[in-house]
Design a protein around this ligand. Structure first.
Ligand code: SAM
Length: 278
């Protein structure tokens, strides 16, 4: 007799998005954002933004890419679903005398008109929305035909990819949700943006995180970086010590100085992709 198997339950993406929003609201991502400013400067430059363009920064956090774009003389809107990060973004832009608009919104349902931007940027942002297809669709919808899409996404085989694996080995993510690290691979981007692409160029880059010791890296990410902060909070005392030990080992393995210095340098590879739309 044939057995009937129950198909795996489809993940509830709306519920996952709500939970992820709480994760990114925890800790204080502003502290991490300050360490990756250069990646957004490079992304804005790679996108070859023209002064006068209308530019969207998706999942902008405290506005790294939005502010870099605004310094190219563009009119910028930044969108993120964490209001506290947007408040910081407004303060930063204001301190630099820049007129950038920041809106609360979900990358999977962008509060923008169709075809309304010359360029859409996302630095380590769009990659985290659970519905990859929907997010890519929204990015393309927001951009005008012939517009530019520029993305920075952590590579699965790099330091941050390894860090996510170390964390999920102790605190598994929601079942059935594709890994955000897929955005750091060219085949996945080709699948997501395929029909909309006239031209696409990807470059592997390195963002180096610097700390006085592996332990300082762990404490920094545990305190300020939402995903790590929430992972630690979800564990009991013994498991917290195990996760801290795993992350300390990870940092020692990746340390470019190989323990030779009173400091660690952690090279995190990411994919920088610039797409010209049809
Ligand atoms: C790693 S941070 C990057 C922030 C900023 N782009 C930067 O480079 O500093 C990820 C950001 O994506 C935002 N984010 C994640 N999923 C999102 C979603 N579905 N809609 C809007 N924002 C999202 C988080 O709130 C967070 O600010």
């Amino acid at each position: 007799m044939a057995t009937t198997q129950t198909p795996p339950a489809r993940p509830d993406l709306a519920d996952i998005t709500t939970r992820q929003q709480r994760v990114w609201s925890s800790g204080n991502f502003a502290m991490v954002a300050s360490r990756i400013v250069l990646t957004s400067e490079l992304l804005a430059d790679a996108a070859d933004l023209r002064a006068g363009w209308h530019v969207l920064d998706v999942a902008c956090g405290t506005g790294n890419a939005a502010i870099a774009a605004a310094w190219s003389g563009t009119r910028v809107v930044g969108i993120d679903y964490v209001p506290e990060l947007l408040a910081d973004a407004r303060t930063r832009a204001g301190a630099e005398g820049l007129d950038v608009e920041f809106r609360v919104g979900d990358a999977q349902d962008l509060p923008v008109d169709d075809d309304s931007f010359d360029a859409v940027l996302s630095a380590f942002g769009a990659m985290f929305a659970p519905d990859h297809e929907r997010t890519a669709h929204e990015i393309v919808r927001a951009a005008r035909p012939g517009g530019t899409v520029a993305l920075a996404s952590w590579r699965p085989d790099g330091f941050i990819g390894d860090m996510f694996r170390v964390i999920t080995a102790r605190v598994p993510g929601p079942p059935g949700v594709p890994s955000p690290l897929l955005w750091g691979t060219e085949p996945h981007l080709a699948d997501l943006f395929g029909g909309a692409i006239a031209d696409a160029r990807s470059t592997e880059r390195i963002c180096t995180f610097r700390f006085s010791a592996a332990e300082e890296f762990v404490e920094f990410f545990r305190r300020w970086y939402g995903p790590t902060h929430v992972a630690f909070e979800s564990l009991g005392p013994a498991e917290r010590r195990n996760l801290a030990a795993d992350l300390t080992d990870l940092a020692r393995r990746w340390d470019r100085y190989r323990g030779d210095q009173d400091a660690v340098a952690l090279p995190a590879t990411y994919l920088e992709t610039v797409i010209t739309l049809r």
